[in-house]
Design a protein around this ligand. Structure first.
Ligand code: DX5
Ligand code: ZN
Length: 236
């Protein structure tokens, strides 16, 4: 199944490998300049973490903040990668699409209707993603082959930035490549210059990094180091 024209153009933006800075670890009092810093260094995918205090304990940001940064990201030639760590995610897809999301990823554990939810995201013209927690087997997304544009493998438990990378993740992502079809594989949690390379070898092409970039003294340099470790061209 394919969606409206926007869907195809957006999917192309995700077909190249990218390091995606997660603004969860940025200074929210100066979000615009934090985003400029990493986009000037070459970043083109900005990862946006939404938490509801139910699916995961913390509460973060929603469509208002996505809309506030959307134009800046798009004008700089980038895309907004929205990761929903929320219950009943279907209720929020339209709001995030309207706010400027280019991809919308929900958790497999958060809805019994993953197949329908992926179709709904494509109908809104967005790249359709599904995320799995560290404890969820890769087979949970195997039946969605052809419906998911993107599969996000959590490499920490969702909810917080700055956690340690789970060592069994490379093996899990290798197994995920066996059931993922053409879907882009995104990894999220504990990714830095020390772990990006092994995840690239395992089959990931989209590397989320929060604290390793925005917690560094020089976020632009940290972005470049992680891109190099992942084998991502600096302009991606
Ligand atoms: C955590 C979020 C991540 C978070 C990653 O649940 O989904 O995107 O920002 O942070 P780091 O890179 O610090 O592990
Ligand atoms: Zn995330």
């Amino acid at each position: 199944m394919s969606g409206p024209p926007d869907h195809k153009a957006r999917l192309e933006a995700f077909s190249e490998p990218h390091v995606a800075p997660s603004i969860l670890s940025a200074d929210f009092s100066r979000l615009g300049s934090a985003i400029s810093e990493v986009m000037d260094a070459g970043a083109r995918v900005i990862h946006f973490d939404v938490m509801d205090g139910h699916f995961v304990p913390p509460i973060t940001v929603g469509p208002l903040v996505a809309a506030a940064i959307g134009d800046q990201v798009h004008e700089a030639g980038g895309v907004l990668d929205v990761h929903l760590m929320i219950e009943r995610p279907e209720r929020q897809f339209a709001e995030f699409a309207k706010a400027g999301a280019d991809s919308i990823t929900f958790h497999e554990e958060a809805t019994p209707h993953a197949h329908r939810a992926l179709g709904a995201i494509r109908e809104l013209g967005c790249v359709a993603g599904i995320a799995i927690n560290p404890g969820t087997p890769v087979e949970a997304v195997g039946e969605l082959n052809g419906m998911a544009d993107l599969i996000l493998a959590m490499t920490v438990n969702p909810g917080w930035g700055g956690q340690s990378f789970i060592d069994s993740s490379p093996d899990k992502v290798r197994r995920l490549t066996g059931v993922s079809g053409d879907a882009v594989i995104e990894v999220d949690g504990g990714i830095g210059s020390d772990t990006a390379g092994v995840m690239a070898e395992a089959g990931a092409t989209l590397f989320v990094a929060g604290s390793a970039i925005f917690g560094a003294d020089d976020p632009a340099a940290a972005y470049s180091e992680i891109a190099a470790a992942a084998g991502v061209p600096p302009e991606n």
